[in-house]
Design a protein around this ligand. Structure first.
Ligand SMILES: [Zn+2]
Length: 234
């Protein structure tokens, strides 16, 4: 309908045209338009395969997929999974587009307490918490609203927390060429909390430090002081 370029191919090619409600989420992440675009209309042009698979799961666990409360669940799940994984379809170039500025500023930039919600790829259950992102510019800064969008782009995928942490750090390192980047994610994993593998409420912390943040202990300490956390031990 527009002259939109091909969606970013990584990490897999588009299986179908995106349903409208997912296209809107992707557009919103890329264009930073605000939260009002998320009310999803019915997914269009779907194959029904997710619905059929969810029905089978319901039968397998001993449920009746035709009872009143479950009858629309396969379709809801279909739409929900598309929404929660809309980050696959976001093109980082479009997200960052026009938001990198040349400046002389060379002090640490810190954006902390960015809320995020993701899905663990091992159980398809949520993990959620906060991201803290910092970098030391080397002539270029990125618009502050873009950093939460980058976090969201990687959160709206099937993830493991360690990889998500690294992906955020590497994207900033790659596009901004700063002197260094630090990213800390703190999250509760429902697959652990609900299944009693760990104590409920256990928060897992992951960190990725690149460039100056890796080499320079003072930079790293400044970052962890900014976000009010003890640094990694050792
Ligand atoms: Zn899990």
């Amino acid at each position: 309908m527009t002259d939109r370029p091909e969606p970013h191919a990584e990490p897999h090619a588009e299986p179908h045209p995106l349903p409208d409600h997912v296209r809107r989420i992707v557009d919103e992440m890329e264009n930073d338009m605000g939260e009002d675009a998320i009310a999803p209309p019915p997914a269009s042009g779907t194959t029904g395969r997710i619905e059929a698979a969810v029905r089978e799961i319901l039968v397998e666990i001993g449920e009746d997929p035709d009872r009143e409360g479950l009858v629309n669940t396969p379709e809801r799940l279909h739409r929900m999974y598309y929404e929660l994984t809309a980050g696959y379809h976001v093109n980082p170039e479009r997200l960052i587009n026009h938001a990198i500025f040349e400046v002389g500023y060379s002090e640490m930039v810190v954006v902390k307490d960015i809320p995020f919600y993701s899905l663990c790829e091992h159980h398809l259950l949520p993990f959620f918490g906060h991201a803290h992102v910092a970098y030391v510019p080397d002539g270029k800064v990125i618009g502050l609203s873009k950093i939460p969008r980058i976090v969201e782009m990687y959160a709206r995928r099937l993830q493991v927390q360690e990889r998500m942490t690294q992906q955020i750090a590497e994207l900033l390192m790659d596009r901004l060429a700063p002197r260094g980047v630090g990213v800390v994610l703190e999250a509760t994993h429902l697959c652990a909390a609900m299944r009693g593998v760990r104590k409920p409420g256990t928060v897992m912390t992951t960190a990725a430090v690149l460039g100056l943040f890796r080499r320079n202990e003072k930079t790293r300490a400044e970052f962890f002081a900014h976000i009010g956390r003890p640094g990694p031990t050792g």
